[in-house]
Design a protein around this ligand. Structure first.
Ligand code: NCD
Ligand code: ZN
Length: 347
C-alpha cells in the first residue's frame, strides 16, 4: 500500500483570493501547498486594467506571511471596454498570464462581464496573436435555460462559435462540470484546456439538495448529476494533458452562505491536496495526480514546472482539518467531503 507520495509542488489554475482581511486569511491556506495560482479578477470593483492587476499583485505579496513562497499569476477581467493595447503591454511585461471572460451575470461579481461579443473582438484577436489564454466561465445566463443545462448550452451556442471565429485563440474551459464539457475539451487541440475543481470530483447535485439544503456545497457552475461527476473523475485521473487542477476555492463569509439567498462558492484551499490524493487513490490513479496538479497546468500555460516538491502521507487515523477559518470578524467554512480522508501534507 502506498503511504507516501511525493509530487512536484502543485499549482492552482483558478483561485479566488479576494482582498483585505479575507485575503489575509485565505492566502496562507493556498500558499502552504501551492507554488503558484491563477488569481481570479472578480473583485469589487474588478481587476480590469494592467494597473489594477499590478496593484492587486502587490497587495497579495504584501499579505503573504514571512517564509512562504507563492507566485500570484494575474488575470484581467474582460469587459466590453477592455483596451487591446493595455492587454498587450500587460502580457508582454509578464504581469498578466490570462484574461477572464465572465458572461454578464453568470456568477459572483460578474455584472460587468461581456454581453456583446462583437465588442471584445479586437481583444480576442490580439490574444490569439500573442498566445495569451482566455479563461472562460462557461455558462449561459439566459433565464430560459435551466441552471443544470447552462454549461452544455454555452458550449454549443457561445464557446464553439467563439473558437471558430477566432482561430488560434487559446482557451481554458474553467471548472467544467459536465460530460459535455469533458467531451468538448477532448475535441480541441493544444489550444484548448480545461480546469476541474476538487469539489466537482466529490459532490453531485444530491449532496446539495437531498436530505436538507447544504449551502456550503453550492457553487457555480452548480454540481450536476452523478454521471457527470464520474465523467469529471475519469478526465482528471486520465493524465491527459488538457485537464488540470483549478480549485475555484471561493471563500464567502458563513453568514452570506447560510442565508436565504446564499452565495455561490466552495472553500477548498485548506484540504484540496488531501482530498485529491483520496480521490486519485480511490480511482487507482495516484501515479497520475502529479500530471493533474503539477504538470499539465504549466504545460498549457507554457510556464516551467515547479522544482520544489510536496509530500503527501497516508496515516491510519483520519486527517483532521479545521472546520472553519477566521477572517477578521467572519468565519469561512472549509469544504467537508463527508467521508474520512487519511492523506495529509508532510511538514
Ligand atoms: C466564485 C466566487 O465566489 O467568486 N463562485 C463560485 O461559485 N465558483 C465565482 C466563480 O468562479 O464562478
Ligand atoms: Zn471561480
Amino acid at each position: 500500500m502506498t503511504t507516501t507520495l511525493t509530487l512536484r509542488r502543485p499549482d492552482d489554475w483558478h483561485l479566488h483570493l479576494r482582498d483585505g482581511e479575507m485575503m489575509k486569511a485565505v492566502l496562507p491556506e493556498s500558499a502552504r501547498h501551492f507554488a503558484r495560482a491563477i488569481i481570479m479578477p472578480n473583485l469589487v470593483p474588478p481587476v480590469v486594467t494592467a494597473a489594477d492587476a499590478a496593484a492587486y499583485r502587490a497587495r497579495i505579496l504584501a499579505a503573504l506571511p514571512d517564509g512562504m513562497a507563492f507566485e500570484p499569476l494575474m488575470t484581467l477581467y474582460l469587459t466590453e471596454d477592455t483596451d487591446p493595447a493595455d492587454v498587450r503591454a500587460a502580457a508582454a511585461s509578464g504581469l498578466v498570464k490570462a484574461v477572464k471572460l465572465y458572461p454578464a451575470g453568470a456568477t459572483t461579481n460578474s455584472h460587468g462581464g461581456v454581453r456583446d461579443f462583437a465588442k471584445v473582438r479586437a481583444v480576442l484577436e490580439l490574444m490569439a496573436e500573442i498566445g495569451l489564454p482566455l479563461c472562460i466561465h462557461g455558462e449561459v445566463t439566459t433565464p430560459e435555460v435551466d441552471i443544470f443545462d447552462r454549461e452544455a448550452v454555452f458550449i454549443d451556442t457561445v464557446l464553439d462559435p467563439l473558437r471558430r471565429a477566432t482561430p488560434g485563440l487559446r482557451v481554458v474551459m474553467e471548472h467544467i462540470t459536465t460530460g459535455q464539457g469533458v467531451e468538448y475539451a477532448r475535441s480541441g487541440g493544444d489550444d484548448l484546456g480545461a480546469t476541474i475543481t476538487t469539489h466537482h470530483l466529490i459532490i453531485n447535485r444530491n449532496h446539495i439538495l437531498a436530505g436538507g439544503i447544504k449551502p456550503h456545497y453550492y457553487c457555480l457552475p452548480v454540481a450536476k448529476r452523478e454521471e457527470h461527476r464520474l465523467a469529471l473523475r475519469a478526465a482528471a485521473t486520465s493524465g491527459e494533458a488538457r485537464f488540470f487542477l483549478g480549485t475555484d476555492s471561493a471563500p464567502h463569509p458563513d453568514r452570506l452562505k447560510e442565508h436565504a439567498c446564499g452565495c455561490a462558492g466552495c472553500f477548498t484551499a485548506t484540504n484540496t491536496m488531501s482530498l485529491l490524493a483520496h480521490v486519485f487513490e480511490e480511482d487507482g490513479a495516484l501515479d497520475r495526480l502529479e500530471a493533474f496538479a503539477s504538470l499539465n497546468g504549466p504545460g498549457f500555460y507554457r510556464l516551467p514546472v515547479n522544482e520544489a516538491r510536496l509530500t503527501l502521507v497516508k496515516g491510519e487515523a483520519p486527517a483532521e482539518f479545521p472546520a472553519k477559518i477566521t477572517a477578521g470578524a467572519e468565519a469561512v467554512t472549509v469544504f467537508d467531503p463527508g467521508f474520512p480522508v487519511h492523506w495529509t501534507i508532510a511538514p
